[in-house]
Structure formats: C-alpha cells, structure tokens
Write a protein that binds this ligand. Structure first.
Ligand SMILES: Cc1cc2nc3c(=O)[nH]c(=O)nc-3n(C[C@H](O)[C@H](O)[C@H](O)COP(=O)(O)OP(=O)(O)OC[C@H]3O[C@@H](n4cnc5c(N)ncnc54)[C@H](O)[C@@H]3O)c2cc1C
Length: 417
C-alpha cells in the first residue's frame, strides 16, 4: 500500500478500515543468505539497502525485542552534517543527502525538519575552531554560516547573553541541520525492507554465532538455530556482548546517555541549539516538548537508565544557557546505551571470521548516521568492498594506530577533556 494525502482523506472518510499492518510477522526460515542481528535504525537500514540497492532479499533481521525499541527510539533526534575530520566529514555529508531524499524514497513521513542548528562558541579560540570546522563543511559541499554575537541574538534572543562565565561570542549556523521523528525512521526502513521481501523477526534474541573453520555458518537464537552465508552484527550498545559470541574483544566501552523532555509548550525554540561548553543541546518537538540532553554518564554500564548527578548537570547547563527553561516542567527522562570507541568514530568492517561483518561504535552521531551506515554496510556485505564514504571506519585502526579519527579529541572518556 502506498501512502498519500489522498489515502489519508479516503481512510478518514471511511472509518480508517483500509489500513494494513505495516510489516509481516514471519516465522524464521531455516536458512538465509544474510542475517542482520539487531532491528535498530542501522540494522533495518542495512536490510533495506541490501534489498533495494543490491537485490539481496533472502535476508532476515533478528531483533531480541521489538523493532525500534532500542536507541533508535530513544535519542534526541538531531540530524546534521557538521563533522570536521576526513573520513567522518564525507560520511555524514552522504548521510544528510540520504536524509533529504528519505521520505520520498521510503514513502514514509519521518518528519525530517531542517530547521537549522546553531553551535555556540564562547571564546576566540573556540571561534577559530568553528571557523575551521565551517570551512571543512563548505569544502565538503555542505552549508555553514559564521554568526557573530548579534547574529545569534537575532535568531535565538532567549539565550542569556550576559552570562559572564560563558559569554556568547557567536555561533556556527548549519541551516540544513535539524531533527527527525526517530521511531518513524525505524518504521519507514522496516516497511521498505519488508515490502522487498526481507523477514523482520522480532522477539528473537541471538544467543550464539556458529563458526566452523573460520567461516560463519549461522546463529543460535531463542527461536532455534538459523543458518546463513553471511552475518552482520548491528546491535549498537550491545556490540561488545554479541561480538564476544564470535570470540571478539572490541575496542568499545558501553556508556549510558540520558535525554529529557518537558511538558508541551507553545512554539518557542525554532532551531536546534548546541552549547558545547555546558554539554547541553536542545530542540522543540512538533508536540511542543523541549527535548534536550547532555553528556554521557561517564561510567561503563548496560543499564538503560541514568543517574541523578548527570540529571543535575544537564539542568544546570540548561539554566545557564537559557534561564527561561526553569519555568518548564520536565515530563520524563530516559537513558540509552551508547558504544564509545577510543576515537569516538564508528566501525564498519569485515571481521577475521569469513562472512562475519560488524557495524558498531555509534555514540552521539548514531542517529544521523542511520541512512549512510545502512547504505555502506549493505554495500560492504553485498560486494565485500567498503563503500567510498566509509572506507576509513576500519576495525584495525585501533591496532595499527593508522587513520584514527578523534573528532573531539576525547575518545571513549569524554570526561577527560
Ligand atoms: C539519549 C540518547 C540521545 C541520543 N541523541 C542522538 C542525536 O540527537 N543524534 C544522533 O545522531 N544520535 C543520537 N544518539 C545516538 C543514537 O541513538 C545511536 O547511536 C543509534 O540509535 C544506535 O544505532 P541503532 O539505531 O541501530 O541502535 P538500536 O536501536 O539500539 O538497535 C540495536 C538493536 O539490537 C538489538 N539487539 C541487541 N542485542 C541483540 C541480540 N543478542 N539479538 C538480537 N537483537 C539484539 C537491540 O534490542 C536493539 O533493538 C542518542 C542516543 C541516546 C541514548
């Protein structure tokens, strides 16, 4: 079924009886060409592009819970292409272009809103760093505009410009940055993959990876053994645990990141505002809630909830930047588990086991990366060659020290800077 405005009107007038389930609920087959472990954004996008770009449809996505129940539905929904280092820069640029065509491609409303993102700076040194970043973005073909203090004041007058601890010197404006409805992205890719014949199998936890003579043969699951010619591990915060099933020890720490939303308010924040000095970023959802977050909880954990010291820290940062936020009531907060690699950049690569591939290391940038990661991982799994935009995301960079992409100079321990 194709979605359209006409369809919505027709269904509205006929009691909404014509809608069909968005994807099937198939039983697992005994064997697939490709098994994707993990039904988050990256796993579903990989399955979609395998089918669409490479015609590989004998594919199963195995998800231990429900589709989109992981980090893809827990993030603060920011989408941007303002990375600085070669490797990351072209990858996120490609991702933003895929975002821009995604809703047409998937025939699904992901509520992608390019409302513009402003990264604030508070010193001459920070301005220099943002000028360099902005030039790198423009060289990459993306957009960046340097704003002075008055330029920022014009766009976001509600900030505290008189704060003496963090005076606002200006901002780097990225007009094509913005937000998207996070779980709709998972649902859109799931629907697109299902329509092309991919089996999406929920409540199916992978408990083991079968390897014989250095070649992957399939997986053990809570719904029985399933054979496969190729297996892709795409389980975000659980990468270390699932890779261990194949005898791998990854250069990854799993940390909790928290997010917060207030009660619904009238529209008051038009852009995404990022306050690096205070570790705070904020946007307003279409329902009116102010959605904001901060930094990691700074200890390794698999608990998908956070602790109070970080709640206090994020609230303090919010009050420092925009005291008006103190009037809003926080509705709820939640946490998700994030992969942190030593250089804060991801891994999309083959492993030493033939037929076993891994896509992991997604920390703060993992949501905006969903389309490009799925695209590149599908390319790698289908052709055996890395896609041009992701060829630097090699696993062995942490062994050889070559091509480390330490975007923020902080690596796995963001509290050390
Ligand atoms: C609070 C928070 C805010 C964030 N904000 C942003 C943001 O604004 N912008 C941005 O770009 N990124 C953001 N991120 C990061 C981003 O959400 C993640 O990096 C990204 O979603 C991870 O990839 P995923 O969607 O595939 O993960 P997930 O949705 O977690 O998918 C992995 C799936 O694997 C499944 N799985 C795990 N183990 C198994 C197993 N053994 N068998 C079968 N299935 C298994 C899980 O159940 C899960 O559904 C944020 C993250 C958090 C937590």
């Amino acid at each position: 079924m194709r979605y359209s405005a006409l369809r919505v009107i027709k269904e509205g007038l006929t009691g909404n009886r014509g809608w069909q389930p968005v994807w099937r609920d198939p039983e697992p087959k005994a064997e697939y060409d490709i098994i994707i472990i993990g039904g988050g954004g990256h796993g579903l996008a990989t399955a979609y592009y395998l089918a669409k770009e490479h015609g590989v449809t004998n594919v199963a996505v195995l998800e231990k819970g429900y589709l989109g129940g992981g980090n893809v539905g827990r993030n603060t929904t920011l989408v941007r292409a303002n990375y600085f280092l070669p490797g990351n820069s072209e990858f996120y640029s490609h991702s933003l272009k895929l975002w821009e065509g995604m809703e047409h491609d998937l025939n699904y409303n992901a509520m992608h809103s390019q409302r513009g993102l402003i990264n604030l700076f508070h010193s001459d040194a920070q301005r220099d760093a943002f000028v360099r970043r902005g030039n790198a973005m423009i060289n990459q073909g993306d957009d960046a505009i340097l704003l002075d203090r008055d330029g920022v004041r014009k766009m976001v007058p509600y900030l505290d410009f008189d704060n003496t601890r963090f005076p606002i010197y200006g901002g780097l404006y990225h007009p094509r940055g913005g937000t998207a409805r996070h779980d709709a992205v998972a649902w859109g890719y799931a629907r697109g993959a299902d329509q092309r014949g991919v089996d999406l199998i929920q409540q199916c936890e992978v408990t083991g990876i079968d390897i014989e003579g250095g070649v992957v043969k399939g997986v053990q699951t809570t719904r029985g053994a399933i054979r496969a010619k190729k297996v892709g591990i795409v389980v975000a915060g659980r990468s270390g645990q699932v890779a261990a099933m194949a005898g791998m020890r990854l250069p990854i720490e799993s940390h909790v990141l928290q997010a917060f939303v207030t009660e619904g308010l009238k529209p008051c924040i038009d852009h995404v505002v990022s306050f690096g000095m205070g570790h705070f970023y904020i946007s307003q959802s279409d329902k009116g809630g102010l959605v904001f977050g901060g930094d990691l909880d700074f200890y390794a954990s698999y608990a998908a909830r956070g602790n109070l010291p970080m709640v206090e820290h994020v609230m303090e940062a919010g009050m420092t930047l925009m005291p008006m936020i103190g009037k809003a009531r926080v509705l709820r907060s939640w946490g998700g588990i994030m992969d942190m690699t030593p250089d804060g950049s991801p891994i999309i690569d083959k492993t030493d086991t033939e037929g076993l591939f891994i896509d992991c290391g997604w920390c703060y940038g993992g949501f905006k990366a969903v389309p490009a990661s799925g695209f590149a991982f599908a390319h790698l799994m289908a052709t055996g060659r890395p896609h041009d935009t992701a060829e630097k995301f090699r696993l062995d960079r942490f062994r050889t020290g070559v091509s480390i992409m330490d975007e923020e100079g902080t690596g796995a321990q963001h509290n050390l800077h």
